[in-house]
Design a protein around this ligand. Structure first.
Ligand code: MCA
Ligand code: AMP
Length: 516
């Protein structure tokens, strides 16, 4: 272990500009924060957390609306050497109940309106403190932090100390908490900083939620590590992003954000003239969107690929990449090359590497690969090969020049507007509804979200069931984005000789549900 402090915040803080009184964040609500504001506020919240005398490795869970203070809470958790556990604001009671029971956070931060039910769940799971944080700087977290010093001594961390746990749903059974260390996050942030050519004068438009890897790590770390200010959308709004483009240089989005921006006629080359980089990821970017963006703005989107377990794995080149014969081309429909330091191989079902050009399972290794799933030793054994490669569950193909294309997944997963939806989870909720015999949820193309779920439900003979009621029942217990956009009652589900539901047939049958 190096003797220097490997706390990720040390590296982020070291990159703050010399003049701390310049702007660091400007929000779409007209608020401006300086670098000094970020440093002082995160010190106060870190001191509050430290005053609780929590044990090493204690978790700080947060289900709060996007705000600069929510980012400050993340930075404070790093500073205090604790483990950040961000939770999607769409999660409902049962989902939150599971995460809190599984992760046993010592501190839970929620919106003021949810304090009643969240605190009940949290204290039952052994939490020591539950604070509130509103999107308007209200709530007990900041009230309590105001009593603490705005100077903090950074807690020392080793590179493999945990910094965050991100829950990713399981294809079967329970959601798994991916444990990411300070070293995982810092190595990836540094690689992306160099690979994407971050430079003096850069300004990032931050338009993504901050409870997943893309918005929380990829976007925020890169900007902070470059001492670059952020134009901060609390919620993605195409007109706001377009209005900000002339003041910005970098934008990151999931494909749905690009589709929605293209739908606004004010997006053109003139509006994007100062931009040097548009990054897309979290879901496949359709080649039509890639081309339409080029035609409208004159700029080429850079697509990259990653996972919660690994942060970023591959990227199209920003500039000529010497390792690949000096090529600089960003190729639509591909996710580019393995990032420096990331090893990637394509293998067959027996983990043997396949020949170039052949489709294979994607496996990776590198300093960015997580520390394993929280308290799930059996899942860790399945997730890694005997020689230490992580099985991504994605299926890909590399061309002769080394560009990787994701051609499928061997996990039953729908990616909708950049959020992951696991059919198994939705099916198990549907199957619990009265009158349901069985169900299948499949992903079909959608013009806005890329892909959405369609639920096929078999009802018990004589049961009075209507599709709208099934969807309404799902809405009551699941995060909204997981609810299928269509439900169809069917007499039975197609099965193969082994009795397995033939989801490919269902996908074909319903693939035009949202066409046009
Ligand atoms: C909202 N809805 C959705 C989604 N979002 N349904 C399916 N998929 C979604 N993604 C629901 C709403 O609850 C609403 O339901 C209805 O669809 C219409 O919502 P709308 O107003 O259009 O939604 P929105 O609030 O504008 O949000 C759309 C969004 C948002 C801006 C695209 O989903 C978003 O921010 N997505 C980004 C996700 C992201 O950051 N992913 C990165 C994960 P109702 O009408 O019933 O109320 S990190 C990752 O994947 C890896 C590591 C990586 O590589 O980055
Ligand atoms: P998550 O569970 O949110 O970490 O989602 C990770 C998954 O998103 C990956 O395993 C891929 O299946 C998918 N993904 C991320 N980026 C891309 C991309 N650029 N193209 C296709 N799929 C992607």
């Amino acid at each position: 272990m190096s003797t220097s402090n490997q706390n990720l915040y040390a590296a982020l803080r070291a990159a703050f500009p010399a003049d701390l009184d310049t702007w660091a964040v400007e929000t779409d609500q007209g608020l401006v924060y300086t670098w000094r504001d970020l440093d002082r506020a995160s010190a106060m919240v870190a001191n509050l957390l430290q005053s609780l005398g929590l044990p090493e490795g204690a978790r700080v869970a947060a289900q709060v609306d996007k705000s600069v203070e929510a980012m400050v809470l993340y930075l404070a958790t790093l500073r205090a050497g604790l483990v950040f556990l961000p939770l999607n604001t769409a999660y409902q009671k049962a989902e939150i109940g599971y995460f809190i029971a599984d992760a046993e956070p010592a501190v839970v931060v929620c919106t003021p309106a949810h304090f009643g039910w969240v605190s009940k769940i949290a204290f039952k799971a052994g939490a020591q403190a539950v604070f509130t944080l509103g999107d308007d700087r209200s709530g007990s977290l900041l009230e309590r932090a105001a009593h603490h010093s705005d100077v903090q001594t950074l807690v020392p961390c080793a590179a493999d100390d945990l910094a965050a746990i991100l829950y990713t749903s399981g294809t079967t059974g329970r959601s798994k908490g991916a444990m990411l260390s300070h070293g995982n996050l810092l190595s990836n942030a540094q690689v992306l900083h160099a690979y994407w050519g971050w430079q003096s004068g850069d300004v990032l438009i931050h338009a993504l939620p901050i409870f997943h890897v893309h918005g929380l790590f990829v976007a925020i770390h890169a900007a902070l590590l470059n001492g670059s200010p952020m134009l901060w959308c609390v919620q993605f709004e195409p007109s706001q992003v377009i209005a900000w483009l002339p003041r910005a240089t970098v934008f990151m989005g999931v494909p749905t954000l690009y589709v929605r921006l293209l739908a606004d006629p004010r997006l053109d080359a003139e509006a994007a003239r100062h931009m040097r980089l548009f990054v897309s990821g979290s879901a496949p970017l359709l080649i039509d969107t890639f081309r339409a963006w080029q035609a409208r703005t004159g700029q080429t989107i850079l697509e990259r690929y990653g996972m919660s377990e690994t942060t970023m794995l591959t990227s199209n080149p920003y500039r000529a990449d010497a390792r690949h014969g000096g090529q600089a081309e960003r190729r639509g429909g591909t996710v580019g090359f393995p990032l420096p330091g990331v090893s990637l191989r394509l293998v067959d079902d027996r983990d043997h590497p396949v020949a170039t050009g052949t489709v294979g399972h994607i496996q990776v290794r590198g300093p960015n690969v997580f520390q394993g799933y929280w308290r799930m030793p059996e899942k860790n054994r399945e997730a890694f090969t005997a020689d230490g490669w992580f099985r991504t569950g994605d299926v890909g193909q590399q061309d002769g020049r080394g560009y990787l294309s994701i051609v499928g997944r061997n996990k039953d997963l729908i990616i909708s507007g950049g959020y992951n939806v696991y059919p198994a989870e939705i099916e198990s909720v549907i199957n619990e509804l009265p009158g349901v015999v069985e169900s299948a949820v499949v992903g079909v193309p959608h013009p806005d979200f890329g892909e959405v779920g369609v639920a096929l439900v078999v009802a018990r003979p004589g049961a009075a069931m209507v599709p709208e009621a099934v969807l309404a029942a799902l809405k009551a217990s699941l995060a909204n984005y997981k609810v299928p956009k269509r439900c169809v009652l069917v007499p039975d589900l197609p099965r193969n000789a082994m009795g397995k539901v033939q989801k490919n047939l269902l996908r074909d049958t319903y693939r035009d549900s949202f066409a046009g």
